[in-house]
Design a protein around this ligand. Structure first.
Ligand code: GLA
Length: 740
């Protein structure tokens, strides 16, 4: 029953609509008189308008300003001189290349008559709840662009993409198609953060001042790449620390060649474009044909890079990752790769599965080597039948044993690749990406299947579907172990061949989407020789990602910290493996477990070589992880130490209701018997009291605080005293809210 005062309130709202809209304004508004669009999402405002020339002009992106009247109508910039016309200075939301534009354009085309001028003007718009479509049209020809804006009220993130449509009666070629141009407030002194790396060394954070000129972040490799990840963050004055100050950030949802430009114009305007990589690009559009760009997600916070990451993490968990039935907790996983490499067979895998189950593993994954004549990396890719010598009775008996042990079963696949030494390649040499009559560069002895071809796409879907239908497989580790070379597609007309850059990725997504739809319980990991294909496009279609082939725990601290700038620890797969590992380094098992617990914990060691004490420790560690994993996977992450401190690293995770928190701390080497300073925490309820228990599998009779109760205020202002000593020491604290 609703009360009488409630109805009175409704009547009041009906009588004073201005009151209700001021209290809760629509997330997207258009003010006709001044031709301004207001997008409000969370604590963020994004404002642009139609200027007197009909161009779509950026006005503001930053902290929320809800008073529409504060913003004047868009007014194009005057010419600065005969060398800088107003058209290049005006911050256009989506500038075409034409009319004297020298900044990075969003769109560049060549018409069939050789005309290359493109000047986009506002045509119409449509608002539908949280989404807005603004249609632009060339000033004269029937080339249309739909700019889509979607606001996500929870996170303040705005998603942009564009659809380019040729409504002329002649074909044209799109040479550059970006998703959006983004503008931060005009001025000098910005700092750019981005991630770069290489195989076994992904996720290195770069921080550098932005100066006049263009910085290009890109992959020309056909996929997202280890080289640079499609994410950026900009802050002001170089002094925004991890938890304070304004940060503008963005990430692309595209798993093919991509590019972002971070440009400071001679007029102190920092602007970012992001979309398809224009290198070797040329997408021909027949009359009536359309091209849709990748999604470009943009966010803002005034609470530092730490909050920028947390916004993205939460956004990924709620809006990006497949979560139809709610985000599923990541199970503790075992993977056979580092233990057996290609030498998999039924007895060997059974033995590993039994040992894995004994320490609490929940998912057993058999990696490479189970199919075709795959005894090393020289042969077999493409021949996806179970190797009869290694598994004389198929996969059934191994899967049954894994189930009997209380685990589910996962399998490694690399569907986009083919070894020249395979039945598939001998039958279909034309299915491999190539230029006619040119050598095909092999990498790891393999070639890429041209997934842009629909027959190849369907072949790949069909064998995967059959594999998952015939076997009780809960999980696929989907690998992709090389980048493109000779990206030819000679079977289609010349003017269609460069479509490979778009069609390949679209068909990859299509296979994943169809597979998921047909097998809704199937979970998938995106792997590309480690973290070479992680972006907001693939993450719509997979539950988790393989962070890096570098599983050496000390290196992992830096790799994992870098990973968390854009991506949630929920998807960050982290294995405990054997030592000595990369760099010849050996660190204690206790340290290795605590490093891996900062993401989604897995074991990748050769368990047949472990000693009893290793199993005892592992069992305790896995049980501990299970008691904190909801907080690690779905909580708020605070990076407590700066990225460039490799001697001491610490991280903290807080559950959404602040009732649990977990802290991990790692010391590389103690020098001069120096003690570590107290470690102040974040994100707790200052008025609550927390029980503090330390867990690291080591006896520490002299350590403080040991087990204690401490207030949130103490933990955040004074901080935790750390008992770390010597080399490669590590510890963890679990904090739980108690009533006193
Ligand atoms: C890639 C993956 C590894 C492993 C091997 C198997 O390198 O990143 O984890 O699966 O392939 O060949």
């Amino acid at each position: 029953m609703k009360s009488a005062p409630f109805f009175a309130f409704l009547l009041f709202l009906a009588a004073f609509p201005a009151f209700s809209s001021a209290q809760n304004p629509a997330p997207i508004r258009y003010v006709e008189g001044r031709k301004i669009f207001f997008l409000e999402a969370g604590t963020v405002s994004y404002v642009f308008g139609i200027n007197e020339q009909g161009q779509l002009q950026h006005i503001y992106w930053g902290g929320r300003v809800s008073r529409d009247a504060d913003f004047p109508a868009a007014q194009s910039s005057a010419d600065w001189s005969s060398f800088d016309l107003g058209s290049t200075i005006t911050p256009q939301e989506y500038p075409g290349w034409g009319g004297g534009l020298y900044v990075e354009p969003c769109l560049k085309v060549t018409y069939s008559d050789g005309n290359r001028d493109l000047v986009l003007h506002y045509a119409e718009h449509h608002i539908d709840g949280n989404s807005l479509t603004v249609t632009l049209k060339d000033m004269e020809r029937s080339l249309f662009v739909q700019l889509r804006y979607t606001v996500y009220p929870q996170s303040g993130i705005i998603r942009r993409e564009s659809v380019i449509e040729n409504r002329t009666d002649q074909p044209l070629v799109v040479e550059n198609a970006q998703s959006a141009a983004l503008y931060v407030p005009r001025g000098d002194g910005y700092r750019l953060r981005y991630l770069s790396g290489r195989w076994a060394g992904e996720w290195q954070l770069n921080q550098e001042p932005v100066h006049t000129g263009v910085k290009i972040l890109e992959s020309r490799r056909g996929s997202t790449s280890h080289q640079t990840n499609p994410w950026f963050a900009l802050d002001r004055d170089g002094n925004s620390d991890s938890e304070h100050g304004p940060v503008w950030f963005g990430a692309l949802g595209w798993s093919g060649s991509w590019r972002m430009s971070i440009e400071e114009t001679p007029h102190q305007q920092v602007r970012v474009t992001g979309g398809f990589n224009p290198f070797d690009f040329g997408y021909s559009l027949a009359p009536g044909e359309k091209l849709e760009t990748p999604a470009f997600y943009a966010g803002y916070t005034d609470q530092g890079i730490g909050e920028a990451s947390r916004i993205l993490h939460q956004f990924e968990r709620t809006e990006i990752l497949p979560n139809g039935s709610g985000l599923r907790t990541r199970p503790v996983l075992y993977n056979s790769w580092e233990a057996t490499e290609f030498n998999v067979d039924e007895p060997g895998q059974r033995a590993l599965a039994e040992k894995a189950a004994s320490v609490g593993v929940e998912r057993f994954v058999m990696d490479d080597g189970w199919f075709g004549r795959r005894n090393n990396d020289r042969a077999g890719l493409g021949d996806w039948y179970v190797n009869p010598k290694k598994f004389p009775n198929g996969l059934g008996p191994l899967i049954a044993r894994v189930h009997q042990l209380g685990m589910d079963f996962g399998l490694w696949v690399e569907p986009e690749m083919v070894n020249p030494d395979s039945d598939l390649y001998r039958k279909h040499p034309d299915w491999a990406m190539h230029f006619e009559g040119r050598p095909r560069s092999e990498a790891r002895h393999q070639l890429l299947l041209n997934l842009a071809r629909n027959d190849v796409r369907d072949y790949v879907f069909n064998w995967l579907d059959e594999l998952v239908t015939k076997n009780d497989i809960a999980f696929l580790k989907w690998d992709y172990n090389r980048n493109w070379s000779e990206p030819g597609w000679p079977e289609v007309p010349v003017d269609q061949q460069k479509k490979i850059y778009v069609r390949y990725t679209q068909n990859l997504y299509d296979i994943l989407d169809r597979l998921r739809k047909k097998h809704p319980k199937l979970e998938i990991e995106s792997c590309s020789g480690g973290g070479g294909r992680i972006d907001l496009g693939i993450l719509r279609r997979v539950e988790q990602a393989w962070t890096s082939d570098n599983t050496e725990a000390f290196d992992r601290l830096t790799i994992q910290q870098g990973f968390t700038y854009p991506y949630t620890p929920h998807i960050m797969m982290a294995w405990v493996t054997d030592v000595p590992n990369l760099n010849g380094r050996s660190v204690p098992l206790q340290y290795r477990f605590l490093v891996a617990m900062q993401g989604s914990l897995a074991i990748g060691a050769n368990l047949t070589k472990w000693q009893q004490e290793d199993f005892t420790l592992a069992k305790d560690m896995v049980a501990y992880y299970k008691s904190i994993r909801e907080t690690v996977q779905n909580g708020s992450l605070y990076r407590l130490t700066p990225p460039d401190d490799s001697n001491f690293k610490a991280s903290q995770y807080v559950s959404p209701d602040q009732s649990q928190s977990v802290v991990f701390a790692f010391l590389h080497s103690q020098q001069f018997a120096r003690m570590l300073p107290a470690l102040p925490l974040h994100g707790l309820d200052e008025k609550s009291t927390y029980s503090v228990t330390r867990f690291d599998g080591k006896e520490r009779p002299d350590a403080t605080p040991g087990a204690a109760k401490l207030s949130g205020a103490y933990l955040m202002n004074h901080g935790l005293d750390l008992p770390l000593k010597g080399d490669y020491d590590a510890t963890s604290f679990k904090l739980e809210r108690v009533t006193e």
